[in-house]
Design a protein around this ligand. Sequence first.
Ligand SMILES: [Zn+2]
Length: 243
Amino acid sequence: MQFKIHVIDVKNQLQNYIWLIEDSQSHDVVAIDPTEASLVEDYCLEHQLNLKQIWLTHWHKDHIGGVPELIADHNIPVYGPRAELSHIPFITYPLQHDDQFEFHGLNIDIISVPGHTLGHVVYFIDALDSVFCGDTLFAMGCGRMFEGTAEQFYHSLNRLAALPPRTKVYCTHEYTLSNAQFALHIEPANRAIQQRAEEIKQLREHGKITLPSTIELELETNPFLRVESAEEFARIRALKDHF
Ligand SMILES: [Zn+2]
């Protein structure tokens, strides 16, 4: 396999993860949503990786916080949502829905997913069966609806649900345990949810990461992908906000 995916556990209160994609021949890497520059710098130094690109999913501070320092130290391009340029002025490659670009022969497809923020984009890589989806889809949950409407968010999640079932889901936060509890509350009799909730509990008790997930697993166990209308989505999103 030419490409390898690394994770940095930020160990902050928001439980962010920074994902890195490495081209194992050149050891060149992409950093996705770098919360803190020093964590990325230290990790690259330790593993002898060369930071070559930064990809951003949306403008929230815990996703872009490390960028100014990283681009001051490395002369590298920053990819991110065109619709959020006013929030993220240091984007050098503004992206919108259906855009494509390349990293060492890897094709990346941009999917626009408004809801958590209005400009939120995700990075789908067919060749790696992977989607880097920021705060839109979480394992057994989804991001808070800060800027978009329920209609938009529902449509965005449908776009992700339509990806190949084998697609690995790399989201940004370790919220799976509390999401599992909410999923059980919504669908107490769902065996797949019961089983996964137990697995998640075990993983977290041992301090292990619960990601990546897959689209297939999310279709079976994520209540936000299992709703059948924007109204139903709005109802459970509101319930989750006060859970
Ligand atoms: Zn966010």
